[in-house]
Design a protein around this ligand. Structure first.
Ligand code: ATP
Length: 291
C-alpha cells in the first residue's frame, strides 16, 4: 500500500510518479527488507475482520534476527478509544505503532484486527482499516490530484475538494493556478511543510480508515502553522480509534489508556489518574513534563 511505499521509498531516494509503480516498488522493497512476509489468501473468512478491536498478542519483534526490540508485548485497543504510548526514547513505541498499523509483521505472536491477523491480510485491506500518520513529508512528484488519488484511486474531484476542505487546505489549493492539476513535489509548486502535512491528512480523509496510529514526532513547523494543523488533525481523529505515540503532555493526559513502554515491554497500563496514583514510571514522566 501507499503508506508502506512512502515509508520505504523516501529513504532510498526514489521518486515515483504513478501509483502502479508505487505498488510494484512496495512489493519489491518489502521483499528486500523482509517486511510483511505475507501470503494473501483471498476468500479466506479468517482474514476478514469481525470487528474493529486491535490487539497485540505476545508480540516479539526485532528489525534484525537475534536483536529483539519488542518482547512479549500484549495490548488491546477497543474501538473508538484513544491509547497513548509513552516512554523513553528507543523503548520501542514507534516500532509497536508500526506493527499495530500492519507495516511490519511480528516474529512471534500476532497483531489482530477483529480477530483477523494483519500480517496475513492483503496490504490494501489493512490500509482500508488502519493508517499510520507521522510528520514525514509524503508528497510525490506529480499533480496535487495524483497525490490525493494515492489514498483512493476512484475518488472524484468533488471528493478531493471535500477532503482538502476537511483539513483546511482548500483556500490555498483553490488559489493554485492549475488547481488539482498543479504539479507539486520537487520541481513543482513548492509546498510548505504544513501544506505537505495537510495533503497527508486529506489522504486520510479519503482513505477513511477507522483506526489511526499517530506518531507525533516533535514538530518542525512554526507555532502558528502547528496550531492550525492541530485543529485539522483533531477533526480527522474525531470518531476514530487512535493509538498515539505521545511526545506531549496533553496527548497522554487525554487518552483513555496510557501504555508505558520501557525496554520493549509494556510496564504500566492505565488511565492518567491510575498511573499518577501508582507513582511509577508514568508519574515520573508526568512530573518531568510538567517541570
Ligand atoms: P523515540 O521516542 O525516540 O521515537 P521509540 O520508543 O519510538 O523511540 P523505536 O523507534 O521503536 O523507539 O526504536 C526501538 C529500537 O529499535 C531502537 O533501538 C532503534 O534504534 C531500533 N530501530 C527503530 N527503527 C529501526 C529500523 N527501521 N531499523 C533498525 N532498527 C530500528
Amino acid at each position: 500500500g501507499a503508506l508502506i511505499a512512502q515509508m520505504l521509498v523516501e529513504p532510498v531516494g526514489l521518486i515515483l510518479r504513478w501509483y502502479d509503480e508505487l505498488q510494484v516498488a512496495q512489493v519489491s522493497l518489502a521483499r528486500l527488507v523482509g517486511v510483511r512476509d505475507i501470503e494473501p489468501d483471498a476468500g479466506d473468512g479468517a482474514l476478514t475482520p469481525a470487528g474493529r478491536d486491535i490487539r497485540a498478542d505476545r508480540v516479539r519483534f526485532g528489525y534484525r534476527e537475534g536483536v529483539d526490540v519488542l518482547h512479549q508485548v500484549s495490548l488491546s485497543v477497543a474501538p473508538g478509544t484513544r491509547v497513548a504510548l509513552v516512554g523513553p526514547s528507543g523503548a520501542g513505541k514507534s516500532t509497536l505503532g508500526r506493527l499495530l498499523a500492519g507495516i511490519y509483521a511480528p516474529r512471534e505472536g500476532a497483531i489482530t484486527l477483529g480477530g483477523a491477523e494483519l500480517s496475513r491480510m492483503p496490504a490494501e485491506r489493512v490500509r482500508s482499516h488502519v493508517a499510520l500518520v507521522n510528520q514525514e513529508h509524503h508528497v510525490f512528484v506529480g499533480s496535487l490530484r495524483d497525490n490525493l488519488l494515492l489514498a483512493r484511486t476512484d475518488a472524484r474531484d468533488a471528493e478531493l475538494w471535500a477532503a482538502l476542505g476537511a483539513v483546511d487546505a482548500d483556500a490555498w489549493a483553490r488559489a493554485l493556478a492549475e488547481g488539482l492539476d498543479t504539479e507539486v513535489g520537487s520541481g513543482g509548486f513548492a509546498l510548505t511543510p504544513a501544506q505537505a502535512q495537510q495533503i497527508a491528512l486529506a489522504r486520510l480523509v479519503l482513505a477513511d480508515p477507522h483506526t489511526l496510529v499517530l506518531d507525533e514526532a516533535t514538530s518542525l513547523l512554526d507555532p502558528r502553522a502547528a496550531r492550525h494543523l492541530e485543529r485539522s488533525l483533531a477533526r480527522v481523529l474525531e470518531g476514530r480509534t487512535v493509538v498515539a505515540i505521545a511526545h506531549r503532555l496533553h496527548t497522554a493526559h487525554d487518552a483513555d489508556v496510557i501504555a508505558v513502554v520501557e525496554n520493549g515491554r509494556i510496564s504500566e497500563l492505565g488511565s492518567h489518574d491510575d498511573l499518577v496514583a501508582a507513582n511509577g514510571a508514568y508519574a515520573a514522566l508526568w512530573r518531568s513534563w510538567h517541570g
